[in-house]
Write a protein that binds this ligand. Structure first.
Ligand code: 4AZ
Length: 243
């Protein structure tokens, strides 16, 4: 995660957030989000060459080397439409062997979609992850968080054909006075959540709108992060909501 000044270290916990590690290891290669029913959502490109017994899922990690709470994986479903050239349909489901007993994140409801959240209304999102702090750097020691905004494709230097209807762009490209302080996801953040947080009766409610997917570099002016648009996949998740 590329962040401004030296980003606030996250003291809050995000119970739905988890990381993907290789079997018995501790250092994440991707992020994920708990949907309930022992199912985790992550990115297809994190899982396309991975067998269930080659990875574990860690919840509640306090820092990069922390063990957290480890869960074994029973099954992985990569979206059948995943395309590793265009990175279209970059979404996958991971089925755990047992109940992690964590508060799930919600998928976007119709009501949220009616607000056209993806097309340049400058809505604010949160992204979190242990990803690299710049393109050449090591992973972050702490879980990091940024607040970013949706950015219409026309305001980026991506070509329209690179961003399919299953993707959207979001970042922090709005400070013309300082072109080097953009906040963005980076390597290792993939599969992790882009979400909205709502405070409701003193409690936080989280809605998963995007999955960290790809981008041209990290925090490069006019090349914001590209995210899988979760709202396109509600029927697919329901179809696979078996365990
Ligand atoms: C990656 O390699 C990656 N800046 C993730 C996000 C972005 C670029 C690369 C977006 O996992």
């Amino acid at each position: 995660m590329n962040t401004k000044p030296i980003n606030e270290k996250v003291e809050e916990t995000y119970p739905f957030f988890c990381t993907l590690v290789y079997r018995n290891e501790k250092i994440p290669f991707c992020g994920g989000s708990y949907l309930g029913n022992n199912i985790i959502m992550s990115a297809a490109h994190c899982l396309v060459h991975v067998m269930p017994d080659e990875i574990d899922i860690l919840f509640s990690k306090k820092d990069l080397y922390d063990e957290g709470e480890r869960f074994r994986v029973k099954k992985i479903i990569v979206h059948p439409g995943y395309d590793n050239i265009s990175v279209d349909n970059d979404i996958a489901l991971i089925y755990l062997e047992k109940d992690p007993k964590k508060q799930p994140i919600y998928l976007p409801t119709k009501k949220l979609l009616e607000n056209n959240i993806y097309d340049g209304k400058k809505d604010e999102f949160v992204i979190i992850g242990f990803g690299k702090e710049n393109l050449y750097n090591e992973l972050s020691m702490k879980l990091k968080k940024s607040r970013i905004q949706s950015i219409p494709i026309e305001e980026t230097n991506y070509s329209k054909k690179d961003i399919t209807e299953n993707m959207f762009t979001a970042g922090d490209m709005n400070d013309p006075l300082n072109k080097n302080d953009n906040e963005d996801s980076c390597g290792g953040d993939s599969g992790g959540p882009l979400f909205k947080d709502y405070e409701f009766n003193g409690q936080y409610i989280y809605v998963l709108l995007g999955l960290t997917s790809w981008g041209y570099g990290c925090a490069i002016e006019n090349f914001p992060g590209v995210y899988t648009k979760c709202s396109q996949y509600i029927p697919w998740v329901i179809e696979n909501w078996i365990n």
